[in-house]
Design a protein around this ligand. Structure first.
Ligand code: ZEM
Length: 293
């Protein structure tokens, strides 16, 4: 009937399969030999993290629900420098699937990037809604790389995470690199910045790290002078409680993958009211590899 046709045209309820299509479209835009190390994966992981890590458990503000990085007041925070690149890239997917919210799109971007870069499955479910400029968070909620253990605890405890989670989540620095024109820091953490591994931890434990002599912000370098660590990364082996977990993850990649999956999934849901999620349990999206076999 006409009434049914009108209803169908105005109210589209996406299924898990529709979200799998979005996942696949994101997977499709990751590789690009002209960008960084050949993939937009790392910067999409960073977008997912910064869109979620603004959460404050004390008043429920921030987090991934409203995608407030769309607004200049939040996009211009120093910590978000360079994420315009990630937002512009994933906008090409939004054009094909205009029904998805930005919060869902950006967090699914992080999920697809991790899984496609050989990382663990990240349980994820949709339900975030686009908010308003008034929902944007104040500057200073994301961690400062020039700071150490106390600061990391202040920032991550505010999100509701503990020491174990801080270390597990930090393992994402196996991916990507620092850009002089974004954060001021320079270089990659590992020799395979587009593959998800526990290398961040093995390098942190086993390499000899010395302060780089240069005109940029204080950072460490390995003996080959090609890899880097931030002061905040190095804090993970200077602090006794943190170092326990660094050791565990350096010795056991499977344990790292399992814990990272749990905490990253939790991170991506910060600030989203339970009732908004379309399913009671997160979903496991299929990798492109699984779908082709
Ligand atoms: Zn990062 N991160 N991060 N991070 N991060 C950078 C890059 C990336 C900190 C930080 O200051 C920086 C987490 C935690 C923390 C990624 C993921 C995650 C850069 C370089 C800095 C300075 C930015 C640039 O110049 O482009 C600090 C202090 C953290 C506290 C522990 C967590 C948690 C992450 C995800 C779970 C990723 C993937 C990158 C690489 C981005 C890229 O463009 O290659």
């Amino acid at each position: 009937s006409v009434a049914q046709a009108v209803k169908a045209a105005t109210k589209f309820t996406p299924t898990k399969d529709d979200y799998q299509k979005v996942y696949n479209a994101i997977a499709d835009i990751l590789e690009d030999n002209d960008y960084d190390d050949g993939s937009y994966g790392p910067v999409l992981v960073r977008l997912a993290w910064h869109s979620s890590g603004t959460y404050d458990k004390n008043d429920g503000s921030g987090g991934s629900n409203y995608a407030t990085m769309r607004f200049p007041s939040e996009a211009t925070h120093g910590a978000n420098a360079g994420l315009d690149v990630a937002r512009a890239k994933i906008e090409t997917v939004k054009e094909k699937f205009p029904w998805i919210s930005y919060g869902d799109l950006w967090t699914l971007g992080g999920v697809a990037a991790i899984q496609e870069m050989q990382g663990p499955k990240i349980p994820w479910r949709p339900g975030r809604i686009d908010g308003y400029a008034k929902d944007a968070t104040p500057d200073g909620r994301l961690p400062d790389a020039s700071k150490v253990a106390d600061h990391l605890r202040t920032i991550f405890y505010r999100m509701g995470f503990d020491d174990h989670a801080i270390v597990a989540l930090s393992g994402a620095h196996a991916l990507g690199r620092c850009h002089r024109n974004r954060s001021g820091f320079d270089g990659p953490w590992t020799f395979s910045p587009t593959t998800f591994t526990n290398d961040f931890f093995t390098l942190l434990m086993n390499d000899k790290w010395t302060w780089r002599k240069w005109d940029g912000p204080r950072q460490l370098q390995d003996k080959t002078k090609t890899l880097m660590m931030l002061p905040s990364d190095f804090a993970l082996v200077q602090d006794k409680e943190f170092k326990k977990w660094v050791k565990v993850y350096a010795a056991d990649q499977d344990k790292f993958f399992a814990d990272f999956s749990l905490y990253f999934s939790e991170l991506l849901e910060l600030g989203v009211p339970r009732a908004q999620f379309v399913s009671s349990e997160p979903w496991i999206m299929k990798s492109t590899e699984e779908q082709s076999s």
